[in-house]
Design a protein around this ligand. Structure first.
Ligand SMILES: [Fe+2]
Length: 242
């Protein structure tokens, strides 16, 4: 199987400045992007999985999708504030690429925010028309997001690895973590683990997670993740985590 993060014909990476590799941003970002690819790959059909008028299903699915949206927008905001300005300044030759990525972010944000009122109304009423508009809206988010997630990794991250330090990237991750509640984060950790290959899974869990987060995941997160997965996708085998 071809790696998702492979450049398409006609695409070119930003010129990589000379000097040593300072950080492993590419590795970390692939892990988040794999989760987002999965989440938005599932989103349209998750919406369609609620029968018209099934408000309890609509409320449940709508809440999970709202959490996906929050993760996505906070992830982008972190890059907008703490990664792209630094890259543009330190690697000026990558300016056109940076501009393109920021345009993607803006379009994604507009699409996500555009369907938010529909999502919220559908959670209350389960209406068939809102359901169809929302499912189509998530398809539109997915189409630009897939291109963005691929091109950010293939075209821009090699530059990021050379101009930003590990500490700076950690601060960017922390910017996101601070904005989510802890209970949500342990479930989200299950989704991150499940959507990454086994080797990455182990590195995330044992290499990146602080001990309290590992404990929280073992005590409640794993169970919450499994329950959520089986409610979202009844009858499907639950993907392995740790
Ligand atoms: Fe991005």
């Amino acid at each position: 199987m071809t790696d998702f993060f492979t450049m398409h014909p006609g695409e070119t990476a930003a010129p990589v400045p000379p000097g040593p590799v300072l950080s492993s941003g590419s590795t970390g970002i692939r892990r988040v992007h794999r989760f987002l690819l999965w989440a938005y790959g599932e989103a349209p059909n998750l919406v369609r999985s609620a029968a018209p008028g099934d408000t309890s299903r609509a409320a449940y699915v709508g809440e999970v999708l709202g959490n996906f949206d929050k993760v996505l927008l906070i992830h982008q905001e972190g890059q907008d504030l703490l990664m792209y300005p630094q890259v543009a300044e330190r690697a000026p030759a990558s300016a056109p690429h940076v501009e393109q990525m920021l345009d993607h972010h803006k379009l994604i944000r507009e699409r996500v925010q555009g369907i938010e009122p529909v999502r919220k109304r559908w959670m209350q009423t389960g209406g068939a028309e809102d359901r169809d508009v929302l499912a189509k809206g998530y398809e539109d988010v997915r189409s630009v997001l897939e291109e963005h997630l691929r091109r950010e990794v293939t075209e821009v991250m090699p530059v990021v690895d050379r101009v930003m330090t590990e500490e700076e990237l950690k601060a960017m991750v922390q910017h996101g973590v601070m904005q989510h509640d802890k209970k949500f984060l342990v479930t989200y950790l299950g989704m991150i683990l499940a959507t990454n290959p086994p080797e990455d899974r182990r590195e995330i869990f044992f290499g990146e997670m602080p001990a309290p987060a590992r404990l929280g995941y073992r005590l409640i997160g794993r169970r919450m993740y499994r329950k959520q997965y089986s409610t979202l996708f009844p009858g499907r085998p639950i993907p392995e985590t740790l």
